[in-house]
Design a protein around this ligand. Structure first.
Ligand SMILES: [Zn+2]
Ligand SMILES: [Zn+2]
Length: 318
């Protein structure tokens, strides 16, 4: 009996060892990336029909021309969860769709890429930043998920003078971005929210909505130039330009003025990724969605996001 038990133990041991060796095979080695810094720029609420869906790129001349040539455009990119500001941003940073108060009264239900990053790397909170025109997005810096509440929180500057409540103009937000990126040790992970397009659409000002998309296009271009003229960031930074949600299609409810349901206008958004590890001048129509963003960033910066869903956007990489 003892002899039988011993041989069973040995057999299990051999099995375990061989599977362990399998895991260490060269195929499973982690890939090394040139990218060390990742910036996610979220242009709040433009419709695809006014951005990459209009191939004259009249409202996004920089993104549609110079910047598109530098990277990969995912033109079938979607918000497949609730199409509101906070839930869209939460899906991007947590890799999970969930309904959450859009007034900033609830924390995301899952830990974010910022928290996983800060914990795994053991770096100070100044290495991960959220800078937002909408003060209510301050909630993105925390979660009510068990054991992750109030820990590994990123640095935040949201709303008027960073007060975490009111809204501020995108210029103040962009000034803060410039200040933080120009510091001696720029953060390795940053998320930016620009609100103007969404705000003017809600206030039913079509012309200002279009002008604001153009202004955001300009900020995206300025940001890329800022990165390329910064010795630390140059050729080591990935810029991901995307949206939290779209807006209703014309003829559906109140059209461009609102958003929040599952119409094509609200769901269909875009993602442009530029960086040293990404292909250039490529458009992909693969199905891709907001959940995939944090998964992809975790792959590039080498940290794990066990609560995140989605897939690594392999079509971006060379
Ligand atoms: Zn809105
Ligand atoms: Zn809609």
């Amino acid at each position: 009996m003892a002899k039988l038990l011993l041989s069973v133990v040995i057999a299990v041991g051999v099995l375990l060892t061989s599977s362990f060796n399998l895991n260490k095979s060269p195929n499973n080695e982690t890939r090394k990336y040139k990218t060390e810094y990742v910036i996610v720029l979220i242009i709040d609420g433009p419709r695809f029909t006014e951005t990459f869906g209009d191939t004259t790129y009249q409202y996004i001349p920089h993104l549609g021309n110079e910047l598109k040539k530098e990277g990969v455009l995912l033109s079938n990119f979607r918000n497949n969860g609730p199409t509101y500001t906070i839930s869209g941003h939460s899906a991007i940073i947590t890799g999970r769709y969930h309904s959450i108060s859009n007034a900033g009264k609830q924390l995301p239900k899952y830990p974010s890429m910022f928290q996983y990053y800060l914990k795994e790397k053991g770096v100070p909170k100044t290495d991960a930043w959220i800078i937002s025109s909408k003060g209510k997005l301050e909630v993105l810096g925390n979660t009510n998920y068990k054991k992750w509440w109030n820990v590994y929180k990123p640095s935040t500057y949201c709303g008027l003078h960073g007060n975490g409540a009111d809204y501020t103009g995108d210029q103040e937000t962009f000034d803060k971005v410039t200040e933080v990126l120009s510091a001696n040790n720029p953060p390795h992970l940053m998320l930016i929210n620009l609100l103007a397009a969404d705000s003017y659409a809600h206030s039913k000002q079509w012309d200002m909505y279009l002008k604001s998309i153009q202004k955001c296009d300009d900020y995206a271009f300025q940001l890329w130039n800022l990165i390329q003229s910064n010795e630390r960031l140059k050729d080591k930074t990935a810029l991901i330009v995307t949206n939290d949600h779209g807006r209703h299609l014309d003829g559906h409810k109140d059209g461009y003025i609102s958003h929040g349901d599952n119409c094509e206008g609200c769901r269909h958004i875009s993602l442009l990724a530029i960086g040293p590890d990404f292909k250039k001048n490529v458009e992909s129509k693969n199905c891709s969605e907001q959940l995939d963003i944090s998964k992809t960033i975790a792959e590039i910066l080498h940290f794990s996001m066990p609560t995140g869903k989605g897939r690594v956007l392999t079509e971006l990489f060379e």
